[in-house]
Design a protein around this ligand. Sequence first.
Ligand code: PLP
Length: 389
Amino acid sequence: MDKKLIYTDNAATTRVAAEVLEAMLPYFRNEYGNASALYSLGQGSADALKTARAQVAKVLNADAAEIVFTGSGTEADNMALIGVMNSPVAKGKKHLITTVIEHPAMLRTAERLEKQGFSVTYLPVDGDGLISLSQLEEAICDDTALVSIMFANNEIGTIQPIAEIGALCKSKGVLFHTDAVQAFGAVPIDVKAMNIDLLSLSAHKINGPKGVGALYLKKGIALRPVVFGGGQERGLRGGTENIPGIVGLGHAAQLRADNLEEYSQKMTALRDRLIDGVLTAIPKVQLTGHKDKRLPAIASFVIEAIEGESLLLMLDMAGICASTGSACSTGSLDPSHVLMGIGLKHEVAHGSLRLSLGGYNTVEEIDYIIETLPGIVTKLRAMSPVWNG
Ligand code: PLP
């Protein structure tokens, strides 16, 4: 590709960091042994697994033994929900509480559980995307086994009051899972201080490889497995371990943890420059998600009288990769359930734009977006039958 690409879709996926790739390569080339093997080649893989487990655990203030590697964030979400609801740890309780703005990995799993006879409460969110703690408290009943509320939203970036939710769940004797796929490596997470019992994460959102994730599972929670097999991951997730991928996850996690403050400051500055620039340069644009309680790297908007898909195509022609609604639902013309969840009308939700930044973005790129976007919006609005501005 000749043309310079400005990549602002890091909430969808990220480029693998050079250091991460370097760390992974030996496990494709030389250290390819099966971690369960008794000869020394296998030992190299087993050691790598151990190191990565410790690296991931450290970011969460967890113990290495509490990390279960999975094939994705989606799998970790499935494992948490299906695993808890079907385990003795649920004590026969059949009620799950989640929110209307979860990722499809959660929502489709919750729907599946409903079909199997479990009951699910989907908490609403306010206009900023925040749940209400009092509504959560009211929803918890004697039959509630698990509360699962995402740490931060992938479309609008809103961060939930996780420590307060954790404390409430603990006081009610209910397990608490959080989908932290967007938050892991982006904001500080302390599973002990936040009273989190289970947490899902994924490597490819933090400059790690695709197809590898993990579930933090607090010591003592006996989960029923979802993937059965050869006893790997303490019998919780069968299948020969993806050692290069897991090494990549461990390195990516450590890189972020070592530079979290710096990452957060850089992203916040770029994000706020972008948000201010867009809101100033284009009339009838609204920021979506909470103004302050938001991920450092997500800028998200709805732009009146604009069709998100057309906007993306024109941005692509200008060399800018962005997204509208959720990348995972691309191909569907339904308005995003998250934007509907925060109370936007269909026609407004269709004009959504998410620019999610990453460590490789520069101030010059942000300024180029701020210069380019208004012209595209003007062109599209000129063609729009609903624009009367
Ligand atoms: N949960 C959230 C909040 C996400 O943003 C994503 C990915 O977009 C997932 C879960 C799924 O993660 P993975 O792509 O690793 O399956």
